[in-house]
Design a protein around this ligand. Structure first.
Ligand code: UFG
Length: 342
C-alpha cells in the first residue's frame, strides 16, 4: 500500500461514503473503510466491491472509540482521511442534542488527534450548506458569512469546521479541506448503492421514491407560500456520484501538494436552484409516473432558498457537476425499485 494513494474513509458504508469509495477506487486509490453501521448497511460494502471489482478493506470500528481507531492507524498507511461518520437528522438533533455533540464532535476530534499522533497530513471533512442558514445574498460563495446554526446538527458542522481550521493553523503537518455539500440526491447508475434511510425519511427525494413505491401514502410539500417563483423552497440538488467525484478532486489536490492554504473550503453543488414542485414534476416526467402529493404547512427550520456559487470548486478543483437532474432522479427511482424488489 502506497500511503499517498491510500485513503481512510470513516462512515464509508453510508450514502455519500460508499459512492466516494467507488470513485476513489476508480481513480486508482486504495481505500480502507471504517463504519459502525449505526445508520448504514454491510450490503453497501458489497455494492462497492461489485461495482469496482476490487476487494475493499473494511473494519467495523466506531470512530468515537479512540483505542479502536488507533489500531486502524497502526495497521494501515494512509496520508488522507475523509471523515463522513456522523449523525445527520436535523429534527432528532433538536430532541437529542447531546447525542449529536457527543458523536459528531468526539469522532471528529479523535480523527484529528490520530492524524497528529501518527503524522498523517490530510483531513477532508464533510460539511454542509446548512452553515449558511438563510443567507442575505444568493448564490452563496465560500466567503458568504455563516449564520448561527439553527440545530445542534448544523452546529456540529460549524464547530467541526472551526476545529479543523484551528488545528491546521496550529499543527504544521496538518492540512484540511471542508466540502460544503448542498442537497445530495440520487444513486449509483448500477443501482447497487444508494440512500437507505431508516424509518420515515426526513429528506425530500427518499420520501418521494418511497411514496412512488407505495410505502408512503402521500408526499407533503412543506409550504407553498415562500417568496419564490412557485411558492416552494429552492435548493441546489447535487447528484451523489458528482459529489463523490468532488472528493476525488479534493483528495488529488491534497496528495499532489497543490493546496494554497493549509485549510480550504469548497461549495459542492450544481449552482442551479430547483423548487420542490419542479423536482416533483421532473421526477414524474423522467420516471413516467404520477406521485400523490399535497400542500402542507411549512416545516420549522427550513430556509426559503439556498444554492451554491460553485466557481471556486470549478476553477480550483477542476470539478463540475455533470449529471442532469432528470438522470439523477431516474437513478434514485431505479435504486428504490432495486431495494424493494419492484
Ligand atoms: N420537503 C418537503 N417534503 C418532505 C421533505 C422535504 O416538501 O417530505 C422540502 C423541504 O421543506 C425543503 C426541501 O424539500 O424545502 C428539501 O428538504 P430536505 O429535507 O431534502 O433537505 P434540506 O434542504 O432540509 O436539508 C439540507 C441537508 C441537511 C441539512 C439541512 C439543513 O440535506 O443535511 O439542509 O437545513 F442539515
Amino acid at each position: 500500500m502506497d500511503s499517498k494513494k491510500t485513503v481512510l474513509i470513516s462512515g464509508g458504508a453510508g450514502y455519500i461514503g460508499s459512492h466516494t469509495a467507488v470513485e476513489l477506487i476508480n481513480a486508482g486509490y486504495d481505500v480502507v473503510i471504517i463504519d459502525n453501521f449505526s445508520n448504514s448497511e454491510k450490503k453497501a460494502i458489497e455494492g462497492v466491491r461489485k461495482i469496482t471489482g476490487k476487494d475493499v478493506i473494511f473494519e467495523e470500528v466506531d470512530t468515537c472509540d479512540k483505542a479502536a481507531l488507533r489500531k486502524v492507524f497502526e495497521k494501515y498507511p494512509f496520508d488522507t482521511v475523509i471523515h463522513f461518520a456522523a449523525y445527520k437528522a436535523v429534527g432528532e438533533s433538536m430532541a437529542e442534542p447531546l447525542k449529536y455533540y457527543q458523536n459528531n464532535l468526539v469522532s471528529f476530534m479523535n480523527i484529528v488527534e490520530m492524524m497528529k499522533e501518527f503524522n498523517r497530513p490530510n483531513v477532508l471533512f464533510s460539511s454542509s450548506a446548512t452553515v449558511y442558514g438563510e443567507a442575505e445574498k444568493l448564490p452563496v460563495t465560500e466567503s458568504t458569512p455563516r449564520q448561527p446554526a439553527t440545530s445542534p446538527y448544523g452546529n456540529t458542522k460549524q464547530i467541526a469546521e472551526d476545529i479543523l481550521r484551528d488545528c491546521c493553523r496550529a499543527y504544521s503537518g496538518l492540512y484540511g479541506i471542508a466540502l460544503r455539500y448542498f442537497n445530495p440526491i440520487g444513486a449509483h447508475p448500477s443501482a447497487l448503492i444508494g440512500e437507505l434511510p431508516r424509518g420515515v425519511p426526513n429528506n425530500l427525494v427518499p420520501f418521494i421514491t418511497q411514496t412512488a413505491a407505495g410505502i408512503r401514502e402521500c408526499l407533503s410539500v412543506f409550504g407553498n407560500d415562500y417568496d419564490t417563483p412557485d411558492g416552494t423552497c429552492l435548493r441546489d440538488y447535487i447528484d451523489v456520484v458528482d459529489l463523490a467525484k468532488a472528493h476525488v478532486a479534493a483528495v488529488d489536490r491534497m496528495t499532489e501538494d497543490k493546496m494554497k492554504e493549509k485549510y480550504e473550503i469548497f461549495n459542492i453543488g450544481t449552482g442551479n436552484p430547483v423548487s420542490v414542485l419542479e423536482l416533483i414534476t421532473t421526477f414524474e416526467e423522467v420516471n413516467n409516473l404520477k406521485l400523490p402529493y399535497k400542500m402542507a404547512p411549512r416545516r420549522p427550520g427550513d430556509v426559503t432558498a439556498v444554492w451554491a456559487d460553485t466557481s471556486l470548486a470549478n476553477d480550483v478543483l477542476g470539478w463540475k457537476a455533470e449529471r442532469s437532474l432528470g438522470d439523477t432522479l431516474k437513478s434514485a427511482w431505479e435504486w428504490e425499485k432495486n431495494v424493494r424488489g419492484i
